[in-house]
Structures are given as C-alpha cells and as structure tokens.
Design a protein around this ligand. Structure first.
Ligand code: GLA
Length: 721
C-alpha cells in the first residue's frame, strides 16, 4: 500500500511487513526517513524522526548537500563527499548536480521495461520525478510495492530533457540511506566450481564494495549483498538484502560515513561504464530488489524465493513440474556418436528420466574446446542421422530431447569467425585474451544478435526440441566494439547484456514450448536477470555431493531452490575425486530441479534400481521444491551436518534432507529442531515411524542420524488427517 501526504510530500510505502518512508524536505530534496518493520508513518516522521533523527546540516547550508544527508538518490559535487548515485558530465564539462522534487504519481502494477528483466506484474508503483537545478537532467525513481511481499523493487530512469548531450559516468539503480552503520555485510563470493559461498565481514568505516567488472555477474561475486544487524542469525534478527535483477558488470557499495550513517547503493558497475545521452534520450537502470527481514537470513531467503517465483520467473514455468534430465556431458564429454547417445537414452527411459539433453560437441567441427563455437549446424559426420535421429529415438523411448548451445561465443577456428572476424569483441591488431580458447560475440550489435537468432532458430525448428541449455563460458576482455564510435566504447558491456536479453527474449517468445535452462561455466551467471528468461540455472560444474551442500546453501540465500539445476553424477566425482554414496548424491540433488549426468550404461542393476527409487521419491516432493518454503537447519560450513527442510505453504507436508559430513565414532547426540510446521497440527515422520505435533517436532526436535562419511537421510513428514 502506498500512502501519500500530498501537502507535506511524505511517501509511506507499506509492504507485507515493512514500511519505507521518504519525504521532500524544506530545501526541496528527496530524503530517506525510515526502512524497517512496519511503523505508523505520520507518527514516525513528525515525532521520532523530526525530533531525534532528522540530520543537522553540520554547519552547511541545508540548500546544499552534506556528508550526513540522507539522499534518496545521491547527487554529486555539492558538499556530500560520499559516492553519488549518479555522476554525469554536461557538454561544457560541468558535473555537479542538485536534484529537487518535481512531481510524482502512483500507477497500478510494475513498470514494463521491455526485454530488460523486470518484476512482471502486480503491486503498485510510486514514481517520483526529480529535476536537476544545474542541468536539464531529470531522474524518475520507481518503487514497486506488493501487499504479499517483503520485497520492494526499485530503479532509476535518467532523462536528458535538454538539447545538448550529456555523458553518464555512473547511473546506479537505487540508494538506501540508513541512519547508522552498525551492520555486518554478507556477500556470496566464490570461483568456478565453488560459487556463492556466503562470507560475512564487518562494514567498518569507509566503503565495502561487492562487484564484478567481468561483463557478467560472475563466479567470483553474485549481484547480491545483505547487511545484517550484529544480532542477526539464520532464524532471528534484522537484515536487508539487495538483489540486482541484472546479469552484467555490477557494483553494490556500503559506505559508512564519518558521521555514522550507512549509504547502501548499487547497479551497473561504474568502472568502465559511460553512456552518452543525446537530448531527449533516457537511460533505464536495472531493477534492484530490496528485502527487509525481521526474521533473520531464513526469513529474507523465503521472501526472495517467493519474489522470484511470483514476479520474475516466467509465470508459465515458475511452478511447472521440471523435466528430469539425463545430460551426457560428464558421461562422454566431446567423445560420442549416435550409438553411444542411443545407449544412454535406452538406459534412461526405464528409470523414469523424461528428457535427454545433448551437451557440447554436436555442431560444427567440435571434438574439443578449441573449435566450432559459432557454427550452429549439426555435424552429421559425428552424429549420423543428425539431431532429428536423436530426437526421434528419444520419442520412440517416450522421452523428450534437449540441446546445448553457447550462443554468445565464437572460436577463431570456426566458419563464423573466418567469415566475420569483426563479430567478436576486441580490437583488431591486439592479440585477444582467450579463455577456454574462445572469444565473445559482439552482442552490442544488432546484426550479430540477428545472425545468432536465425542460426539457433533454424536448429530449434529442425526437429522436436523441448529443452535448451544456454551456456556461456568466458568473461569479457579487450572491451571494444568495431561498430561503436570513440565516445560510446564505454557503453559496450551494458549494450552487450542488453543484446543477450534481446536474444533471450526473442528465442523464448518464438519457442514458447521450449524449456530454457541457463548456465555459465556452471553457476557463473546465476542472477535475477537470467532467471527472468531461464526458469532454472545450472548451479555449478561441481556436482560432488558434499561440495554441493555448500553451494546450494549459499545459492538459497537469495534464490528459490527450484531455480537450482542439480544433477547426480558419477563417482569418483570428476571435480573432487571424492566418493559419496549414490543415495547421498540423489538426496542432495533432490533439493532443487533434479537430474542426472553420468554414463547410465555403466551402472549395475542395483544402482539403476536406486535411481528409479530416487525419481519416484522426487515425484512425491517436487511440489515442495517448486512452491514450498525453505528452512536451513544445519550449516555444512560450521557443523558436521548439512540439513535443510522444505515445508508446503499450507503446512501439511514437509521434507527434511540432510547429510552427515564425517562419520565420528562414539559421536555425541545432536538434536535438530524442525521449523516452519504448524505447532497445532499432528504429523507423521515416515522414515522414523513416529507421530508428533508440530510443537513437539519444533521445540524438542529429532536426533540427527549417526551415519558414515557422507551418509544422507530424508524425513518425509505429512499431516495426520
Ligand atoms: C560448461 C558447463 C558444463 C558443460 C560444458 C560443455 O562448463 O557448465 O555443464 O555444458 O560447459 O562445454
């Protein structure tokens, strides 16, 4: 709900459990007042805030800015020496700005930004227009509020209302000014095969920066950060999470000023970013989803999960039963032929697996990772009978067929590159930095996107393909486009991502029956922007059933479990060489969109039976994966147990899955208290053969099983009727 006092220019935004208050001060600037658990807006502003918190200008004239000024969108060069939200240069070189309130309106629903990912529907949006007193720039600040959510969605649109061009050097999506900085900050950092490891550090004075400048959101840092009160835990206390709905280079900064306030802001990384706005043009910044939780990190995660499922992921897919996939990558790598693929399909069909996904190596000249990317036509020499033959074989076995692409990339050893070397990002004459022997196509160019759209469409039309795995295996270097003029080269990285979104938009619209999964060398681009187009994302190339507990734990901080594609792979594991039981691998993969990625023809009958069992059990809980609430019960980072629990919204069903990391002789008793159940309902725990109330299971808990190394267990919990 949005309440506005038009006379005093006070804006109170109330979501499910939070209030967000801003107002226009006597000097005309838009200022932050409050963000937190619900308050009475009028009360707060006129008494608590006015009498105790409203900042004193510390000797500065309030007409100017100052270091403690709680700007809703910070401007530059008027006495506030902290980082601004925007920095732009007029044609005469002048770069200071002073934004004052101009107008506002409230509209139904969330704004539509075309192919730039955005909250899709629902809610109400407050749009406040600010005008720069020193130039012809205007800024619209959008706030979308949903009655059923603790996520508020923000972005900024910068408009050049004059005739002369302006150069943007920074255009963040949001700024949040908090009166004190007594927080720690969590980021999800990592690397290939170890994505999204939560790390919490104090903020201290000065700036903490969580960012990527790689042209993609990256393995190293997810476009997410949360600030945590010192008392915040998994289950209680306050935190505020920020999730950028963006897949390119980003930055989130937390700056504790010398006067004690905290400025949290973020958006497109300003490093290596410039954008020319001609007269009359506007620049739309990506959306940022902010979540306030008074119920610890767990509360924040559940709100983000609901937000993504209800407002970002394609509504036709968000709650759709996911295909259970067998992928051939770890079974064959590049070394396959028709017979090998058919044998995997034949082995998969009786197990209940419903989709075969043919991974890398089916196109162009591609027997290793040195050549072929860009040549999206089937290699019939390697794959006799082509894709059609594989699709038909799948159909005969009652299965569907999926295909791997890496649409954004090109190898120099490819027909595409030989014909169009300028299609690649980079400067001719400068040796390109290669990663995995490949270059990136210049998706800032429409002709390049058009070319790839045609090539991929042709393949998708060539036979019955129901699933696409869209991979992306390197990040940007030599940021240069042959087609952008000198003054626009700084636009490349953002234009590239807009090109990726444009292609994703066109392909997902043209092939509405194809299910798209995202991937980037594992989970190197696992973000809200990608989830807008790809309903699930390959979580990590690391499929080890212990490493995965950590990766999935971290990823669940701000994404729904249904967005995580999780496969059972072979042992010894290809990434870690670790041996874990097949049952454990199945249980850990059941906490997401489950699937398989191993050579099924090498399994014995017992193992095949085990997989059959896993798939049958998964079908009993997949609604919980799609719609349930996640409770993280025991962390693999600081205990010998990983344990998570999914609970249906009506609290009639729950699923606990856990893994004991090491077997310990004569181990102590460890009790786990279940969460999220209805205290007054009675439940049975199938595996234990017990019946107890939610109150008992939550307050007294259950003894964790004593299992050998990497042993896993499940408890299926159902309400007694
Ligand atoms: C990336 C993906 C893998 C696989 C390979 C194929 O590494 O993450 O799952 O598709 O590419 O080259």
């Amino acid at each position: 709900m949005i309440k506005i006092d038009n006379k005093k220019k006070v804006f109170v935004l109330d979501g499910k459990n939070y209030s967000y208050i801003i107002y226009v001060n006597e000097a005309g600037t838009l200022q932050f007042v409050y963000y937190g658990k619900k308050v009475d807006g009028d009360d707060y502003l006129t008494s608590v805030y006015a009498k105790t918190l409203a900042p004193e200008p510390n000797g500065f004239n309030i007409d100017n800015a100052f270091n403690g000024m709680p700007s809703e969108y910070a401007f530059f060069g008027k006495g506030d020496y902290r980082a601004p939200s925007t920095l732009f240069v007029r044609e005469d070189g002048f770069r200071a700005s002073r934004f004052v309130y101009k107008s506002h309106e409230v509209v139904d629903g969330a704004p539509d930004f075309g192919s730039l990912p955005h909250a899709r529907r629902g809610g109400k949006t407050l749009c406040i227009v600010l005008k720069d007193e020193l130039s012809d720039m205007e800024i619209s600040l959008n706030y979308t509020v949903f009655d059923d959510s603790d996520v508020i969605v923000r972005n900024a649109i910068l408009r050049n209302c004059g005739k002369n061009k302006v150069r943007l050097n920074k255009a963040f999506s949001f700024c949040l000014e908090l009166p004190d900085a007594q927080y720690d900050i969590m980021r999800l950092q990592g690397r290939w095969a170890q994505e999204r490891m939560p790390e919490v550090t104090p903020i201290g004075k000065g700036t903490v920066r969580v960012d990527s400048s790689q042209g993609g959101s990256s393995h190293a840092m997810n476009p997410f950060a949360a600030i945590l009160r010192k008392t915040c835990t998994e289950t209680s206390g306050e935190c505020i999470g920020v999730n950028l709905i963006y897949s390119g280079s980003f930055a989130i900064t937390a700056e504790a000023s010398c006067f004690g306030a905290l400025r949290l802001q973020g958006g497109i990384n300003d490093l290596n970013f410039e954008w020319i706005l001609d007269g009359g043009e506007k620049f739309v910044t990506p959306q940022a989803a902010l979540c306030y939780s008074a119920e610890g990190l767990g509360g924040m995660s559940r709100e983000f999960a609901d937000f993504f499922r209800n407002y970002i992921i394609n509504p036709d897919r968000a709650f759709m039963r996911r295909p259970i996939v067998i992928n051939n990558w770890e079974a064959t790598y590049f070394d396959f032929n028709r017979e090998k693929l058919f044998s995997i399909i034949d082995a998969a069909a009786p197990l209940g697996i419903d989709t075969f996904v043919l991974d890398d190596g089916w196109f162009g000249k591609r027997d290793d990772d040195k050549s072929g990317l860009g040549d999206w036509f089937v290699n019939e020499k390697k794959l006799e009978g082509g894709l059609k033959g594989v699709a038909e074989h799948c159909a005969e076995k009652g299965m569907k067929f999926g295909l791997w692409f890496e649409p954004e990339m090109v190898n120099e050893d490819s027909d595409l590159y030989r014909a169009h070397p300028d299609f690649a990002i980079g400067k001719r004459g400068v040796t390109p930095s290669r990663q995995r022997n490949q270059l990136i196509l210049d998706f800032s160019r429409k002709d390049v996107v058009d070319y790839i759209y045609d090539a991929v469409s042709k393949v998708l039309k060539s036979c019955n393909i129901s699933y696409v795995k869209w991979d992306m295996n390197r990040f940007m270097t030599e940021f240069y486009s042959e087609k952008l003029p000198y003054e626009r080269q700084g636009e490349l990285a953002h234009r590239y991502i807009l090109g990726v979104y444009d292609l994703a938009h066109r392909l997902t619209s043209a092939f509405p029956n194809v299910f798209f999964e995202g991937c980037a060398g594992g989970g190197g681009r696992f973000d809200g922007g990608m989830l807008y187009y790809f309903s699930q994302i390959w979580t990590s190339d690391d499929t080890d059933a212990f490493e995965r507990t950590k990766i999935q734990w971290g990823t669940s901080m701000c994404y729904p479990v249904s967005a995580m594609s999780c496969h059972v792979s072979a042992c010894p594991n290809h990434q870690t060489q670790r041996i874990t039981p097949l049952a454990t691998r199945g249980i850990i993969a059941s906490l997401g969109a489950t699937g398989y990625e191993l050579d099924l023809t090498k399994l014995d009958d017992c193992e095949k039976e085990e997989i059959k069992r896993q798939i049958a059990s998964y079908k009993n809980i997949d609604e919980l994966v799609l719609r349930g609430d996640l409770y993280r019960l025991s962390s693999p980072f600081n205990s010998n147990y990983f344990c998570e629990m999914l609970v249906s919204k009506d609290k009639s069903q729950a699923y606990v899955a856990g893994e004991r990391i090491h077997g310990v002789p004569c181990d102590l008793n460890y009790i786990i208290k279940l969460k999220g159940l209805d205290p007054n309902k009675r439940y049975t725990v199938k595996e234990l053969g017990i019946t107890a109330s939610g109150k008992t299971l939550e307050n007294a808990g259950l003894l964790l099983p004593r299992l050998p190394d990497f042993g896993a267990w499940t408890w299926n919990i159902t309400e007694c009727k």
